[in-house]
Design a protein around this ligand. Structure first.
Ligand code: DGL
Length: 280
């Protein structure tokens, strides 16, 4: 493995670009590959089998592109598939974890809120976090159906997005929350609106920068960090329709980028199990 090999990053859609952005800040010399499985977003209303199958297919693709490490920039895929991925592949994985620990350290009211998809909230990883910190602080978990979809279409501040955020955040504020954890990688794109609705006294915690630092630590200890002074590149793939993918990724990345199609073969209808709440 060469130190100049790229880092693979993927998400159910465009949300992981919020993590990619922090990786770019932390590691300017690395080449980055990003796969958005927007053709299947949100993962929140798909079966475990489908999320695992999609995650495996994406990881195989990233490995075929010579990735030296893979960042699972999706809390839902982490919760559902990370154990399978770690068992199946030897490549280093860096995965998401809702930032409950820093939130527990930050809160003064003793009440923190976690905004996430229903799948993340129902995951084992999350149950473990709750066990670890739930004795010291009150943790209120809030599923946010619809928000992933709003980010996927680039509606970061329209009336519908605003109404959804108010619906999810206001009850948390009424219960004394002073710290909000963004437990889904799509939500950092909504952070300005969440902050506006929650008010300036509420802290918003996004784990993306910590994930980027963890990636640096892992690459350093594996002696895989790229050469100093090098300028890294980015390449993008998406399973959404090409025009849509190009528009949204360029909007969120804030640069006009080329996006290649990534084939999206896995059947999706057979896999739906959370149909009723279409959790975003
Ligand atoms: N960005 C994904 C996450 O962090 C969204 C999940 C979904 O597609 O449901 O969980």
């Amino acid at each position: 493995m060469k130190v100049t090999n790229p880092i693979g990053v993927f998400d159910s859609g465009v949300g992981g670009l919020s993590v990619l952005r922090e990786i770019r800040r932390e590691l300017p010399g690395e080449d980055l590959l990003y796969v958005a499985d927007s053709g299947h977003a949100p993962y929140g209303d798909k079966s475990t089998e489908l999320i695992e199958a999609r995650s495996i297919a994406i990881v195989e693709f990233l490995i075929s592109q010579h990735a030296k490490a893979i960042v699972v920039a999706c809390n839902t895929a982490t919760g559902v598939a990370i154990e399978t991925l770690r068992t199946r592949f030897t490549i280093p994985f860096i995965a998401m974890e809702p930032a409950v620990k820093p939130a527990a350290a930050n809160t003064r009211s003793g009440v923190i809120g976690v905004l996430a998809t229903s799948r993340t909230i129902a995951s084992n990883n999350f149950a473990k976090l709750h066990e670890r910190f739930g004795a010291d602080v009150k943790i209120l978990m809030q599923a946010c159906p619809g928000l992933v979809e709003q980010v996927e279409i680039g509606d970061l501040s329209d009336d519908k997005t605003r109404a959804l955020i108010a619906l999810y955040v206001e009850p948390l504020l009424e219960q004394g929350v002073d710290t909000l954890v963004l437990g889904c990688t799509h939500y950092p794109f909504l952070a300005p609106l969440i902050q506006e609705i929650a008010g300036s006294s509420v802290a918003i915690i996004d784990p993306s920068a910590a994930i980027a630092r963890e990636l640096r630590r892992r690459l350093t200890s594996a002696e895989l960090l790229s050469i100093k002074g090098r300028t890294g590149t980015e390449r993008f793939w998406s399973s959404a329709t090409p025009d849509m993918a190009q528009t949204i990724i360029s909007q969120l990345w804030q640069v006009n980028v080329a996006v290649s199609s990534w084939p999206s073969e896995a059947p999706i209808d057979a896999g739906r199990i959370f149909k009723q709440d279409a959790c975003g």
